[in-house]
Design a protein around this ligand. Sequence first.
Ligand SMILES: C[S@@+](CC[C@H](N)C(=O)[O-])C[C@H]1O[C@@H](n2cnc3c(N)ncnc32)[C@H](O)[C@@H]1O
Length: 255
Amino acid sequence: MENLKKEGDLKTFDPNSYMHNYVVSEEAANNLKPEIEILHRLFNSHKLSGKRLLDVGTGPTVHTLITACNHVDEIYLSEFLPQNLQYLENWRNGEENQCTSLIDYAMELEGRTKTVSQRMSDLRCKVKGILPVDVTSSKPIGDAFGDEKLDIIVSSYCIETAVFTVEGYGKCIENISTLLNKDGFLILFACLNGDTYQVGECKYKAVCLTKDDILSCLRKAGFVVIATEELAETDYDSKYLTFDSYYYILARKLM
Ligand SMILES: C[S@@+](CC[C@H](N)C(=O)[O-])C[C@H]1O[C@@H](n2cnc3c(N)ncnc32)[C@H](O)[C@@H]1O
């Protein structure tokens, strides 16, 4: 396959292409609206709240934190690639303006109490740290929080891009679970039944997962699954996508 990168080779991952392909173009933003609805439902129906939330494998985009912003005191972003960490720093410094239409949509769901720019500013203020992360490590963020743990972790389409076996996926779930408080919540978004994704002109490998693979990894890592939703990939026939659907899970750490 042309431009298919070797395992683990993400050096060519371009944050600007990612944002265009998956977040900010009109088509991409429309595709993400169902995910904003899911986050809105999860946070509100399950009354999720807490002091600290960590987004694991944020990439260059903060759209997964728009709803969370109303429910926690502190948000930490984390990323594996230096170019994405820099992109997030630029956003925090006000140089990159992103996902305004998705903020607008989240606020429509909430009932508008603020302007989009106020909400963007709230989100920037809530982000207390932008950290390097490696989900394959037994200490994914090193000693960033010392002995303190988190109340909520969000991870969207990250872990399946970091490993190439279901066993490796399960190990990463265990690794990030060490960061959570007992009774803490994990919101996990995952791609199902495919193994390739594309950013700009480059294709990258991911592990092919089924729903049962993910649920079994979560149970083995000590989580109880509270809610799941699934969305079909509407562009499944595209030559750029091999996933047939997306899976959204809310799980709680039991021990
Ligand atoms: C498909 S992107 C998802 C980005 C974003 N969370 C989203 O939902 O659009 C996958 C992300 O996982 C990150 N990643 C890859 N390997 C990783 C690792 N070992 N540890 C943590 N993140 C990793 C990539 O750098 C990339 O930003």
